[in-house]
Design a protein. Structure first.
Length: 418
């Protein structure tokens, strides 16, 4: 019996899954395995790790906080790390005087945003605004509310009949503006939630900032709230601190998680504009946002996130992000030219994706396992999304290490698309 035999792993067919790899240490770009191997974390451990594993400043911030306060109920009580972090988050929010609602993962940040939007409409006398609009193929998390926002025929099929209906618009279609006009014409959209610039889980699909402006413009005209799900895109992934920074119009609510603590501790926030916050004011409790979690604003997580916010805003972090972006920008056209129509290469900021053409794009496609195994055998963790594989590295990756990964990408393609 293996020591992992008592564990039911996520996204895993336990009947035939290969034995999981045991990680005993992580440092910078690398995961160190019990069997002696050293693996490049090409996907930043589910898109969380920003600067590299066990970053000394983040570890030190955590150590310091462990000497002061572990955890405390966050209703009726507050603490310094949560207050300091909120003050810093307000500075990077696109509006003055944002309000920070804490939770502990991306899905809950989204649940809270949706609950805020629905109740905002009720509290402001717009009960008829009941619908949520989303982008077709979007992904917003694993809880029932966030599952409802995504396409329901893939992963979420078993739960389909329990998930509320949403209005889905195709951001890649030529008539997106027309779809927006139609969707908003009945005046019943409460909120529009979207992954800004980069739709991660559905295959690292990238759309221009002008589409964000179109979404927000329609929201503003029709009294709907625009919710930017920056759970993946936040903290430099798309080149700017937030993907929303690349659009002129600003959302009303922003969800952040994953990179918020640099990939060290679970923490999430839902940021709201002051006018959303003020709609929850009232004489009694029924107007308030009645939501919270046991580990809301965990002090250890907040302390690490505060340090991460300092690091991510240093010129050094910015230049690392710019270097990775420039490297991808240079490499992408080269392999596109080399493999022509057999692949589609795309990139935004620090993320580069390669879609293998002529292969069905489902997450259940066996090509997934082939890609995964190939890169792992070459010392790189890649976790493909069906026929799409991508590099989403911690920002500490060097140009030599990028060259190494690129070289393996080319050799994989030579072996599999020629
Ligand atoms: C855009 C987006 N929103 C929300 C989530 C859910 O985050 P979590 O896995 O922390 O619940 C994800 C996860 O991949 C995501 O990519």
């Amino acid at each position: 019996m293996n020591s992992h035999n008592h564990i039911w792993f996520p996204y895993t067919q336990m009947a035939n899954a290969p034995a999981p790899l045991k990680v005993i240490k992580a440092d910078g770009l690398y995961l160190y395995l019990e069997d002696g191997r050293k693996i490049i974390d090409g996907i930043s451990s589910w898109w969380t790790c920003l600067h590299g594993h066990c970053h000394p400043r983040l570890m030190e911030a955590l150590r310091q906080q462990t000497t002061k306060l572990d955890h405390v109920i966050f209703a009726g009580f507050t603490h310094q790390p949560a207050e300091d972090l909120a003050s810093e988050l307000v500075k990077i929010a696109p509006w003055n005087d944002a309000k920070v609602f804490y939770s502990d993962n991306g899905s809950t940040a989204v649940e809270i945003a949706i609950k805020m939007a629905i109740q905002y409409q009720i509290n402001t006398g717009n009960e008829h605004k009941t619908k949520i609009a989303t982008l077709k193929g979007g992904f917003h998390g694993e809880t029932f509310g966030s599952m409802a926002l995504a396409g329901k025929d893939g992963f979420f099929k078993p739960f389909k009949k329990y998930l509320f209906e949403v209005v889905e618009l195709d951001v890649f279609s030529d008539d997106f503006e027309k779809q927006l006009e139609e969707a908003f014409s009945d005046g019943d959209i409460a909120a529009f939630i979207y992954e800004p610039l980069l739709m991660g889980t559905s295959g690292m699909r990238i759309y221009p900032a002008s589409k964000i402006n179109q979404i927000i413009d329609n929201c503003q005209k029709h009294g709907a709230l625009a919710i930017a799900d920056e759970v993946l895109t936040g903290f430099g992934r798309t080149g700017s601190l937030m993907a929303s920074d690349q659009a002129e119009l600003k959302p009303d609510i922003i969800c952040l998680a994953k990179g918020l603590t640099g990939g060290v501790m679970p923490l999430a926030v839902t940021l709201a504009t002051p006018f959303v916050y003020q709609a929850f004011f009232g004489k009694d409790l029924s107007n308030a946002l009645l939501h919270g979690h046991s580990y809301t604003a965990n002090p250890l997580s907040c302390a690490v996130a505060l340090e991460n916010l300092k690091i991510i805003q240093t010129p050094e972090a910015l230049s690392r992000i710019q270097n990775i972006s420039a490297y991808h920008r240079n490499f992408a056209p080269k392999i596109q030219a080399k493999f022509g129509e057999r692949i589609h290469v795309r990139f935004v900021g620090t993320v580069m994706a390669i879609e293998m053409q002529g292969i069905e794009g489902s997450y259940f496609n066996p090509i997934r396992a082939k890609i995964y195994d190939y890169f792992l055998a070459n010392g790189i963790l890649m976790r493909p999304l069906g026929n799409v594989f991508y590099l989403l590295p911690p920002y500490c990756i060097s140009t030599e290490e990028l060259d190494f990964v690129y070289e393996k990408i080319i050799s994989f393609l030579h072996a599999h698309v020629e």
